[in-house]
Ligand binder design. Sequence first.
Ligand code: ADP
Ligand code: ZN
Ligand code: MG
Length: 280
Amino acid sequence: RKVDLVYTRIRTEEKLLLEALRRRDCAVNLVQDSGMVLSMDRQRVNEADTVLMRSMSFTRARYLATFLEMKGLRVLNSARTISLCGDKALTSAALAAKGVPMPWAFVAFDEDACLDAIEARGYPVVTKPVLGSWGRMVARLDSRSAAEGVLSTRFGSGGAQDHVALVQEYVDKPGYDLRVYVIGRAVGGLRRRSEHWITNTARGAVPERYEVSGVHAKLAEAAADAVGGDMVAVDLLETRGGDIYVNEINHCVEFARSIDETGVPLPDLIAEYVASGAGA
Ligand code: ADP
Ligand code: ZN
Ligand code: MG
């Protein structure tokens, strides 16, 4: 198999993926996203049949995946999956459409309309940018004054494309959230423990071993299915009462900080999936 690995930076993940692909006799080309210029026709870029999309930029990943698919390549994840997962409002809609359990959520496009809707629901709620990752700008609103402050920033800065607010139920987690890796099927997971309610490892949460239960595996697979994800990391929020919700789906699987705790060889599993021809 001939694989283009599209990247922004060669991080630990990309190094391990490259090695794992080469062990499976894939001919891998490293292609930096910033250097790609794609013509709008069906002409192939090179000999590759498959693209492993590892761009860290949502803009680049989404457009590149779309154009490369148009040129007849098998792109993992697909342009559709990247488009849905990269935008948290669209992820929520895709999950809702398939009846996958998630925190209640709404989207609003105006400061006053949003504040009214929050007041009607009651505090606390969570709001986050529809585009974003690593826990940046995720905010918990505990009061009307906090909501007014955050919403005036959200709607008073940026351009029209930024004036959208995703508001979610605040889920009172028992000190951690859960991540299930779905590579064709649920293959393993991770518990992320933190004193802080934001449990990204990029924000200092400690990764712990977690044996994925059958129920959690099924839920993660249903979530991956809702967005057509071939290889995704599904984040689950557990309530103190034992209910479980899907919070988000990450289309560019990161594992450098947690490969030991996860206990499954993610680079090999991903490489195997790429080499198998699945997801075409
Ligand atoms: P990101 O893409 O930046 O990781 P997330 O939606 O995953 O955005 O939010 C980051 C973290 O914030 C989650 O891992 C979780 O710990 C916490 N969080 C996000 N939304 C909620 C929520 N509705 N209720 C409780 N905690 C949340
Ligand atoms: Zn994310
Ligand atoms: Mg997250």
